[in-house]
Design a protein around this ligand. Sequence first.
Ligand SMILES: Nc1ncnc2c1ncn2[C@@H]1O[C@H](COP(=O)(O)OP(=O)(O)OP(=O)(O)O)[C@@H](O)[C@H]1O
Ligand SMILES: [Mg+2]
Length: 242
Amino acid sequence: MESRIRIRNMWKTRGDNARKIKVEVPRFDIPPASFTAIVGSNGSGKSTLLDILGLILSADHADEFLLHTDRPIHLARLTGKEKIPLRRNYISYVLQTGGLLEFLSIRQNIRFAARLRNKSPEKINQVTEQLGIADILDKRPGKVSGGQRQKAAIARALVQEAPIILADEPTSALDTESAKELMTTFRRLIDETGSSLIMVTHDHDLARESADIIYRFRTEKVEERMLSSILLPDSSLSSKNA
Ligand SMILES: Nc1ncnc2c1ncn2[C@@H]1O[C@H](COP(=O)(O)OP(=O)(O)OP(=O)(O)O)[C@@H](O)[C@H]1O
Ligand SMILES: [Mg+2]
């Protein structure tokens, strides 16, 4: 089957004159109904890559950057305006910073996201129960714990059942048990909906236990003020190859 996302020879340079980093993606393939983990150290470009996949940032260059849903779409050629409907229809994104609207209750935050994609309120109950936050839905995001807020942000993304789900460090505020439960929830969703999930994490063990495919950023200093960070498949970490 076609890759849902296919990237060949893509890069983006970030930073300023004091310190630059070139984030490079030589090859990246995301099959349908798959769980991919991206690991790498702080500042290696994980969130930058997710922002590019989430159509929030543009790469400086890409030989190929394809989104394949019912047809292939060449993302590198699109304008910002053309990306808006694609973002709404195909992608849901759990930001590293959460991104919940503070003036809405958690339920309203989730419902708002579900409505954007015409998902039923039952979906909300199912997802929030799975994540163990059914009892805090009427609170504002600022009135719950960091872990609960993170789960609410995850629930908001999952109710959309988008073909591509991006999750930036979704377990950073979760205890070990909750992180494991979240991986089970992710897997169930992938099996039920055929979504392709891409998770950024620092946690190699979690990646190894949960993901089908693992990529890792290898970061090196190439000049005094210039780093290079290259995304490589990490077969040594993948459970399938262990
Ligand atoms: N808004 C920005 N403008 C310019 N440079 C940025 C911006 N955000 C991040 N960078 C730089 O780009 C590089 C990659 O950042 P990125 O946030 O992608 O790293 P990361 O792997 O997600 O790190 P972390 O594990 O800390 O979340 C860093 O060196 C950072 O300083
Ligand atoms: Mg990050």
